[in-house]
Design a protein around this ligand. Sequence first.
Ligand SMILES: N[C@@H](CCC(=O)N[C@@H](CS)C(=O)NCC(=O)O)C(=O)O
Length: 311
Amino acid sequence: MVQETVKNNDQDGSFKRKASSFRDFIQKGGRFEPEKGRYLLYVSYACPWATRTLIMRHLKGLEDIIDVSIVSPRMGENGWPFATVDPFPKATADPLYNSSHVKELYFRADPDYGGRFSVPVLWDKKTHTIVNNESSEIIRILNSAFNEFLPAEKAALDFYPEKLRQEIDEINEWVYDTVNNGVYRAGFATTQQAYEAAVLPLFASLDRLEKILTGKDFLVGDQLTEADVRLFVTLIRFDPVYHGIFKCNIRSIRGDYPALNLWMRKLYWTHPSFNETCDFDHIKESYYWSRPSMNPYRIVPVGPVPHILPL
Ligand SMILES: N[C@@H](CCC(=O)N[C@@H](CS)C(=O)NCC(=O)O)C(=O)O
């Protein structure tokens, strides 16, 4: 991720995230048909984008339909490693090809691939290629493409309902720019000016979200939607990592945002989809280990204690 910092920074020191490259969908009659057992998600517990897909897989009850492989949290010179080359509790081997790094999957899908070797990756076992590596699209695929294999109550769950789409899209847009990606823009900035241009809007958006969530359990309407999933994965990492290594320290979630903190704690403590897909050891190890230029001795801070407050 340090290579990412250097490669993706403009001359003004600001971090520019590159677009994902594999953008297919799973649909009947398409190149990728919905099938039980055909697809596998390669993810990292450390990565907020990948964790969106794990939460959605769990919410929809897709555990028996889509497999998962978890990389080791220490992203080094060759990118994300599998447990075979860098063992870590709960990390796995690549069950399909025994790859040593995620990088090999990208080259298997496209020998001329020239982009980033990011997770999540939605992989097709049948044609040995990547269906999609953009989390915002993968969660939409999981939301509806496999409904025919699910029991009625799970098939009926819709986290991007027609009637709320406009509101969800609107909130997603500014939350992505200033919060989900805002923490990275603050953390990867290489000039004071670029850092401040990210960190100030980030906290302005947290203030705005605090108002939206005061007295409410969900961001949009009165039901859980993908907008909650997308915000949750950033907020759960906020005090444990972004506050420290990414210098997002104007305020903290637990100390200064009671409504955001309550919303996050309720999701975490009352929905297994949120807590079973969250691993603070992977999160902290990854952010503090993978960026030696930001943390040369790779010391992982002990706090905050606890990583998330009880309800
Ligand atoms: N737009 C992608 C971003 C995914 C992403 O940036 N993942 C990071 C980890 S948090 C990654 O794998 N980075 C590897 C690299 O840049 O080499 C998505 O939302 O799926």
